[in-house]
Ligand binder design. Structure first.
Ligand code: CDP
Ligand code: CDP
Length: 238
């Protein structure tokens, strides 16, 4: 199967790296976090703040009904899967702080993970040319048979600086400290849940990107891909 799994904590560079690796190989890129974020956005907008507890506004059945009814889905546009809710592109809206605050609670619910896994497997089956998939459980649960699995890390402070820079924010010490804490809290929630916790697959290549540039980490994964997928060629320059 032509799948490269990239997992790792928040803001370690999974999506940026996955998009570039896919571009260089001529594959598609699927950011699985976008599915969980789009589901969270749809729930916040349609069900209100109700929380994810059973019996509240966000019962699992109501969220699943939204997912299938609106629908919430990923659509391939120019080599990358983009999140859509009710036919509207939500790639920007799903990155909001509001969605970020609620997404891990929703992603801990087994039935919603089953829905997200089914979406990912169907999209990959429809794109045999190859898909780079990034997330938290791609190498462990969604595509455990992927021939190449990478677990991408960086220190919490470096990840906080990257996320703030990405958002065009100023990097003062206090802001980096706060963002680093917020990322660590989300990583802790993702790593401690009983279902599909954030962890490296036993056969994942661990890549600490703290001291790497984006180009360097992309080049390392493309080189690994050429080893693991002998018929795959690099299409474009770094
Ligand atoms: O981009 P960032 O690292 O901030 O997060 P993301 O990849 O967009 O994922 C958002 C959230 O979705 C994560 O914090 C997880 O709670 C959840 N997620 C997950 O549980 N499993 C995945 N395969 C991908 C994301
Ligand atoms: O998907 P994930 O949350 O893991 O991270 P991302 O959104 O792809 O990356 C966060 C930011 O880090 C992006 O603006 C990247 O350009 C930047 N970055 C990186 O990914 N790797 C480096 N070595 C340096 C910066």
């Amino acid at each position: 199967m032509r799948v490269i799994a990239i997992d790792g904590p928040a803001a370690s560079g999974k999506s940026s790296t996955g998009a570039r690796v896919a571009q260089q190989l001529g594959w598609a890129h699927l950011d699985s976090g976008a599915l969980y974020r789009a589901l969270t956005l749809a729930s916040l907008d349609s069900l209100g703040k109700g929380g994810t507890g059973k019996g509240e506004g966000w019962s699992v059945q109501r969220v699943l009904a939204l997912a299938d009814g609106l629908p919430v889905r990923l659509v391939l546009v120019g080599g990358a899967f983009r999140a859509e809710v009710a036919g509207v592109d939500v790639e920007e809206a799903i990155r909001s702080e509001r969605v970020t605050r609620h997404v891990s609670a929703l992603a801990a619910i087994p039935e919603l993970r089953a829905w997200a896994n089914a979406q990912q497997r169907q999209l990959v089956a429809e794109h045999p040319a190859g898909v780079v998939v990034d997330g938290r459980d791609i190498g462990t649960v969604v595509f455990p048979e992927a021939p190449l699995k990478v677990f991408l890390t960086a220190t919490p402070d470096e990840r906080a600086r990257r996320r703030l820079t990405q958002q065009g924010q100023v990097l003062d010490t206090e802001r980096v400290r706060r963002e680093s804490q917020a990322l660590a809290a989300r990583d802790e929630a993702d790593a401690s849940r009983p279902v599909a916790p954030l962890q490296p697959a036993v056969d994942a290549v661990l890549l600490d990107s703290t001291h790497l540039t984006l180009d360097e980490q992309v080049a390392r994964i493309v080189a690994l891909a050429q080893e693991r997928f002998p018929t795959v060629h690099r299409l474009t320059g770094a």
